[in-house]
Design a protein around this ligand. Structure first.
Ligand code: HSE
Length: 310
């Protein structure tokens, strides 16, 4: 048996967003992966992987994010068929903008469509997060949640699992700058401290609360002030060449906030679309990296929709 192909877009995402380690995430309009799937008799088959970094992505469905997530959905839905998947990467692996998350979310979403949308949002996101657990060295849903649901998402709790979605401000613009260096989430999770000081916890709760308030009210100044991280980015700064210079460059060119995207190496800058085109920030960071002899890809984008059928 082989059924009709279903094609979905799975967007890049920013995770952590300052104080919300493993909690906050935001979907981007660009870049994105395209995942196609169709019913087959049984098991998961990955028949094609193309796009940047495709050669480094495992085809074994038990090791591939899309394959693991699709299998989790089939199991949850008690499906009596398998799925063939084709993955077209728009987001290179080890980028810090949710490459494995997009594959996981896209794989889960295709399987969800082929199972006639039986799962709740929380169930679907958790199936995708199970793939992150296998491939990224820890259960985290802050990429797959916004990738599936779009907008800005908050994981209220992992056990029981609950995700809440809000619409980000319309004038929130985003510059993504991806320097030519690979940082694996697995490695970047290994450098994190085992414990957090009470004063850092207080700092994070204050900033996280105000960041959500700013997202809801569209207060871009408060949003900029609240994208702060006293624990996770400092522990990872040494993994990303010239991170602090990239952030300082963005701030000097009118960004409201500039910070490490997920586990890096992407540097994310927020700007107000009412005040700025975002292009000078992208150019500035690119030039800074060029002056150090490093390449850097950039996207000027904004908050976007979640997984959807093409
Ligand atoms: N919250 C995760 C981390 C996201 O920072 O390790 C990884 O993409």
């Amino acid at each position: 048996m082989s059924g009709k192909w279903v094609k979905v877009v799975a967007p890049a995402t920013i995770s952590n967003v300052g104080p919300g380690f493993d909690i906050f995430g935001m979907a981007l309009s660009d870049p994105f992966d395209v995942i196609e799937g169709r019913k087959i008799d049984d098991s998961i088959l990955i028949s094609e992987i193309t796009g940047p970094g495709a050669e480094s992505i495992p085809r074994d469905p038990a090791k591939n994010s899309a394959g693991i997530a699709a299998a989790a959905v089939l199991e949850k839905c008690d499906a009596d068929f398998g799925i063939e998947l084709k993955i077209k990467k728009g987001i290179r692996p080890c980028s810090g903008i949710g490459s494995s998350g997009a594959s996981a979310a896209g794989g889960a979403y295709v399987a969800h469509l082929l199972c006639d949308n039986k799962l709740t949002d929380n169930q679907l996101v958790m199936c995708a997060a199970m793939a992150e657990d296998v491939t990224s060295g820890g259960l985290h849903a802050d990429n797959v949640a916004p990738c599936i649901l779009g907008g800005f998402t908050i994981i209220r709790s992992y056990e029981p699992f609950e995700v809440v979605r809000v619409d980000p401000p319309k004038d929130l613009g985003v510059v993504v700058a991806m320097p030519d260096v690979m940082v694996s989430t697995k490695d970047a999770r290994m450098v994190l401290p085992a414990e957090v000081r009470v004063r850092d916890l207080v700092f994070h709760v204050g900033n996280a609360s105000c960041l959500v308030h700013a997202m809801l009210t569209g207060d871009m100044e408060l949003l900029g002030r609240s994208v702060k991280d006293a624990v996770f980015e400092p522990a990872r700064t040494h993994l990303i060449p010239h991170l602090k210079e990239a952030e300082a460059t963005a701030m000097s060119l009118g960004a409201k906030a500039s910070f490490l995207g997920g586990s890096g190496p992407c540097v994310i800058s927020f700007f107000s679309k009412k005040e700025h085109s975002g292009e000078p920030i992208a150019e500035g960071i690119k030039n800074m990296y060029a002056s150090k002899g490093m390449g850097c890809d950039t996207w000027v984008t904004d908050a976007g929709r979640g997984c959807r059928r093409l």
